[in-house]
Design a protein around this ligand. Structure first.
Ligand SMILES: *[C@@H]1O[C@H](CO)[C@@H](O)[C@H](O)[C@H]1NC(C)=O
Ligand SMILES: *[C@@H]1O[C@H](CO)[C@@H](O)[C@H](O)[C@H]1NC(C)=O
Ligand SMILES: *[C@@H]1O[C@H](CO)[C@@H](O)[C@H](O)[C@H]1NC(C)=O
Length: 475
């Protein structure tokens, strides 16, 4: 037994390339954090269900699923869901977190500052786009009679730590409040060189919240006007709004400029639209990195889409056919956040010590997370395909280590020592490992015939005799 454990530890070290001391420490942290939060063995730890509306108006809403904090998670990342009705605008703002947006459904136009230029990009289903922290941006639903659904990662590593994230609305009134509203009225009056009445009018008109209608059937707002400007003018407006935030220059903060930029009064145009700025990237257009009869997967890293480098975030998309599973694997370099886009299935996550951490059914819209080093697998239900999408906390190639399947680390470690580690003969382990010919995405078991219980017992017996602590955590 001692030998076996030692060898298993060796296997773990080889697989993950980390010292065991670290493994223990993480587990220690893990246990402590769970206890501190007063959650026992609950599976809700890995399903992020704490969703909160940060914006809610007639025209749309934004919901954020908060990640857990603490040391176990190398980089907490929140997941945002934005829903906008047709002909609506998410008004200009800047946020203290970097967003990577993914257009789930519909079409959008995003206006955003890149370096000191402003760009507008049209986005369609499957497109990814990065909005850096501190860059003012706005979003317009351009889909004809179509709702816009966006999923985004919210990386608040640069945040102020005030909450999930902090929006700074440049324009605004009573709802949302403009960042200007915090100043003493007398200060603003002087700064803008306007009367109290003029100031009052400007600062209280916007009452519809951060997502507003811009259609004819709704009373025209300043934002309708904003969007009716020619593109260059609009960019010009936004650009002037952000001037104070440009890092390269000493801020030349001018309230009048800001007022003009938001509420009209044209100035001469002196700049053209930025065309050097990064484009969006369509995830559905990328050739799958892996594909077989049972599904496919795509992973996007900084070598595919350079804006990801600045965020240190990777993106993936997986489609499993009904009943298939992503073979048990671990991410040695990244924590993973997944969102179910379509279908139903099961996610199993295993503690590094080989006990089950979660075995939960998931459905469309559910968010799960898997800490690095934790083995896990996703299984599509027999009812239909399971499609999920997500973010990893590393922009570099995330090389998942498969624990099962034709490309598993067990194959790589095939040796007398491995057989000894499991306490069986080499021939036996050979047979055992060769039984699964597929890799990465594996077929499901055929629908269980009667006598399922009996079959299950046999499987359990085999696993027990096989004695893999690693495999034991899985069902
Ligand atoms: C395995 O680790 C988890 C999390 O730290 C802990 O709750 C569980 O009791 C451990 N199980 C065993 C058998 O050590
Ligand atoms: C403020 O406005 C007044 C009258 O509109 C104008 O005469 C004055 O020059 C302005 N001051 C500044 C600093 O712009
Ligand atoms: C996922 O696969 C199913 C068939 O298994 C297919 O109908 C569906 O369109 C695929 N999804 C994507 C995004 O390609």
């Amino acid at each position: 037994m001692g030998n076996r454990v030692t060898l298993l530890l060796l296997v773990l070290v080889l697989c993950y390339g980390v010292g065991m001391a670290m493994g223990y420490r993480e587990e220690e942290d893990w246990r402590r954090e769970r206890e501190e939060r007063g959650k026992g063995e609950g599976e809700d730890w890995f399903l992020l269900q704490d969703s909160k509306h940060v914006v809610k108006t007639d025209a749309g809403d934004m919901r954020v699923v908060k990640s857990l904090g603490g040391r176990i998670i190398d980089r907490p990342m929140h997941i945002g869901f934005i829903r906008m009705e047709p002909k609506t605008l998410f008004i200009p703002q800047y946020i203290d977190s970097t967003l990577i947006i993914f257009v789930r459904r519909g079409e959008a136009k995003v206006g955003c500052v890149y370096k000191d230029e402003l760009v507008e990009r049209r986005l369609k289903m499957g497109d990814l786009y990065r909005i850096p922290a501190g860059s003012p941006f706005y979003l317009v639903n351009t889909g004809e009679g179509q709702r816009l659904h966006i999923i985004c990662s919210i990386d608040n590593s640069e945040s102020l730590g005030l909450g999930v994230f902090q929006s700074f609305f440049i324009g605004g009134g009573t709802n949302p409040k403009s960042v200007l509203a915090g100043f003493d009225p007398e200060t603003l009056r002087t700064a803008f060189n306007v009367t109290g009445a003029e100031l009052g009018e400007i600062m209280t008109r916007q009452q519809d919240g951060p997502i507003v209608y811009i259609s004819e059937s709704h009373p025209p707002s300043i934002w309708t006007k904003f969007l009716q400007l020619r593109e260059e003018e609009r960019l010009q407006h936004l650009k002037r709004m952000v001037e104070p935030y440009r890092e390269e220059e000493q801020p030349t903060w001018s309230w009048r400029k800001l007022l003009n930029s938001v509420f009209g009064q044209e100035n001469a145009m002196d700049d053209r639209v930025g065309h050097r700025a990064p484009d969006s990237y369509n995830l559905y257009k990328k050739r799958p990195d892996f594909r077989n009869k049972y599904g496919w997967s795509v992973a996007l890293d900084e070598s595919d889409y350079t804006p990801l480098r600045h965020s240190g975030i990777g993106v993936f998309l997986v489609n499993l056919t009904a009943g298939s599973m992503m073979a048990p694997h671990v991410n040695p370099t990244a924590t993973e956040y997944g969102i179910i886009l379509r279908g139903t299935g099961t996610i199993q996550i295993v503690f590094p010590n080989g006990t089950t951490a979660m075995n939960a059914e998931v459905k469309e819209g559910d968010v799960f997370w898997v800490p690095r080093y934790f083995p896990f697998c996703q299984i599509a239900s027999r009812a239909g395909p399971l499609e999920f999408f997500g973010f990893t906390t590393s922009a570099r190639k995330n090389r998942p280590q498969f624990l099962v399947g034709a490309n598993s680390v067990l194959h790589a470690l095939r040796s007398p020592e491995l057989a000894a580690a499991f306490g069986v003969s080499e021939k036996r382990i050979q047979r055992f490992l060769d039984a699964q010919r597929e890799a990465v995405i594996l077929p499901g078991t055929p629908a269980s015939p009667p006598g399922k219980d009996n079959e299950k017992k046999v499987v359990e017996k085999v696993i027990r005799s096989f004695g893999s602590d690693l495999v034991m955590g899985f069902d």
